[in-house]
Design a protein around this ligand. Structure first.
Ligand code: ADP
Ligand code: MG
Length: 400
């Protein structure tokens, strides 16, 4: 199982420029999370801070008991080996062919023989659909292939945590869909903890178990996908719908006068930029048929059901509807028990219900894995509630 990453009060600035402050969240082991945020909100800086390439001003990032912010150089070097990172541009060495690029971390960090290295490199190239492209130079292949080569290289040290910086940037929607499927398939195969930072709405809606959002130098929210997908938090709603109407503006944020003017124009029928209203919980991407089921999905169900009562009604409804009838019985819940919840404009529960800009949704609970003793049959996707809608080839075939 992948490692848990506990981030507490992480704060970063460059000189006088604050990037984000007090970011607190936990990446649950073996689950896939997405961090959304408009361009320039510090998503790349966040990833680099998580692996100690940048030094945050304060806060913690703890992996396997080691705080990456405070630990010694030696510990940092050791702990970094747990991470596989896919940088935005693939970050390949232009003068090395794909084989040597992918072999690089093994030659650098291990004492493996060339025979062992060959076996690993070919396996990772096959996993990422690059078999046969070993001798190509990065400049000779497409952007999608470069991304997959970067991913193959991120995989060679068997990472427990995989960080992907905008894996979709520069790719067309079809190649993005293949890459999303590849990440889910990888997760099914190696059960690594995955964090994807992106501003791609479709990736955010269909890929992760958990979603977070950075905006105005803060973590607006972080929690189970159902919470953000049904959220009426204006920033989250605007972003997930790709609309101009809302707090996010051309540069970063806008004032209330401009918001009112834009709302007036939209009310008068002027197109607000979105193509459809996509509020609601859409089915999540499933591993390609034939691959193992994702262990993270099972663990997440147990975890989320424990904190269900703390979530807004629309999110509760979305979660319950995604369970199979057998699971609903096991957890003692029924769909429509929260009738009308989906249309509630505000969370009705009190206490631990998330508030605007809380940024601390279920952070205390998110990583607590209940010992529910699950060993029942594999959950079967239900028609229309999370079934495998996405037809795709096995890993290693087709794609960009
Ligand atoms: N090494 C650095 N030194 C100074 N400022 C930086 C550095 N790296 C990033 N920044 C600034 O941090 C902000 C966030 O950048 P970035 O993380 O790249 O945003 P995103 O990935 O969300 O688009 C930007 O204003 C950028 O100019
Ligand atoms: Mg970036």
């Amino acid at each position: 199982m992948g490692a848990e990453v506990v981030i507490e009060g992480l704060t970063k600035s460059f000189g006088k420029q604050a990037i984000w402050r007090d970011v607190t969240l936990t990446l649950p082991p073996g689950e896939v999370s997405v961090m959304l945020g408009p361009s320039g909100t510090g998503k790349s800086v966040f990833l680099k801070s998580m692996i100690g390439l940048l030094k945050p001003d304060r806060g913690k990032c703890v992996v396997n008991g080691v705080d990456i912010v405070q630990c010694s150089e030696h510990k940092l070097y050791e702990t970094r080996k747990l991470f596989g990172v896919l940088f935005q541009d693939g970050a390949l060495f232009g003068s090395m062919n794909l084989y040597d690029n992918v072999a690089f971390p093994l030659r650098e960090h291990t004492k493996k023989s060339e025979t062992e290295i060959r076996k690993i490199v070919l396996e990772k190239l096959e996993m990422t659909g690059l078999k046969g492209a070993e001798t190509k130079l990065p400049g000779e292949i497409s952007g999608g292939m470069r991304k997959r080569a970067g991913l193959a290289r991120a995989l060679v040290l068997d990472p427990e945590i995989i960080l992907c910086d905008e894996p979709d940037s520069g790719l067309d929607p079809v190649r993005t869909a293949y890459l999303s499927q590849l990440l889910i398939d990888l997760n099914a195969q190696i059960d690594a903890t995955i964090l994807i930072v992106t501003h791609n709405i479709n990736v955010a809606r269909t890929v992760p178990d958990n979603i977070g959002m950075l905006f105005r130098k803060e973590l607006v929210m972080f929690g189970p996908r159902e919470v953000l997908l049904t959220s009426d938090e204006p920033v989250v709603e605007q972003f997930l719908n790709g609309r101009r109407i809302g707090p996010i503006g051309m540069s970063e944020e806008k004032d209330s006068a401009q918001m009112a003017m834009e709302q007036e124009m939209a009310d008068a029928g002027h197109h607000d930029g979105s193509t459809e209203d996509v509020r609601g919980v859409v089915p999540q991407l499933q591993p390609t048929p034939g691959l193992p089921e994702r262990q993270g999905v099972r663990r997440r169900k147990d975890r989320v059901m424990k904190i269900l009562h703390t979530l807004p009604p629309a999110a509760q409804e979305g979660i319950i509807e995604s369970l199979t009838p057998e699971e609903q019985r096991r957890y003692g819940v029924q769909p429509h028990a929260y009738a009308g919840a989906q249309h509630a404009t505000r969370p009705v529960a009190s206490g631990s219900t998330p508030s605007r800009h809380s940024g601390e949704l279920p952070t205390e609970n998110i990583a607590q894995l209940p010992d529910s003793g699950w060993n029942g049959p594999a959950p079967r996707p239900q028609p229309g509630t999370g079934g495998p809608r996405h037809q795709s080839p096995r890993p290693g075939q087709g794609g960009a």
